[in-house]
Design a protein around this ligand. Structure first.
Ligand code: 45D
Length: 166
């Protein structure tokens, strides 16, 4: 099955991006816990996803300290120009989704920095969360792809960064 990228979710994408970085991470976590079992990464021949590439990126994160893991995720959302952000930016959208999914699973298993207990969403994030819960599964997938797609840095779309040399 293919999921086309469309503009129908663009309002929600904008709402997501207008949250501060930590709220984006927190909301994304709550979405994961909500979707839980409905995500089936093992779907045979699933679209254009590349599991080895997602796992390669995930393993890089797994080996970092918890503080570094959190910083790396914040940097991806903030599109900070790092080596990792460029690797992320070079992969396909569905593979990006799988990478985030692996991170969320790592949080459950304790290999990735967990959510602090009792962390609360702002009203804006809560509102968006309710809207997302009301979307059809396919609409949710499309929305998440549109959210994770522009994270990181597309290595083909930026000039050399004088600060980082990347
Ligand atoms: O201290 O076609 C805060 C595939 C506060 C298969 C924090 C798929 C401060 C192929 C920032 C909150 C499976 C790929 C800490 C399709 C603080 C295919 C930390 C579908 C510690 C369609 C917060 C895949 C953190 C799908 C660390 C639907 C938050 C995948 C981290 C969906 C949050 C994936 C994370 C989802 C959330 C992943 C990592 C919803 C990940 C969500």
């Amino acid at each position: 099955m293919t999921y086309t990228t469309s503009n129908t979710n663009s309002e929600q994408v904008r709402a997501f991006q207008s949250l501060d970085v930590d709220q984006q991470l927190a909301l994304f976590w709550f979405i994961y816990t909500e979707m839980g079992e409905s995500i089936t990464p093992a779907a045979p021949g699933a679209s254009t996803v590349s599991p080895p590439i997602a796992e390669g990126l995930f393993n890089q994160v797994k080996d970092l300290s918890h503080d570094e893991q959190l910083q790396l995720q914040r940097d991806l959302i903030a599109r900070k120009n790092t080596q990792f952000a460029r690797e992320y930016g070079a992969i396909g959208d569905t593979t990006k989704l799988l990478f985030w999914y692996l991170l969320a699973q790592g949080m459950e298993r304790g290999t990735i920095v967990p959510m602090p207990p009792n962390y609360e969403l702002t009203d804006a994030a809560e509102t968006l969360f309710s809207q997302i819960k009301n979307l059809e599964f396919n609409e949710q997938i499309t929305l998440f792809r549109d959210i994770v797609s522009p994270m990181g840095v597309d290595p083909n779309a930026v000039e050399l960064d004088s600060e980082t040399g990347l």
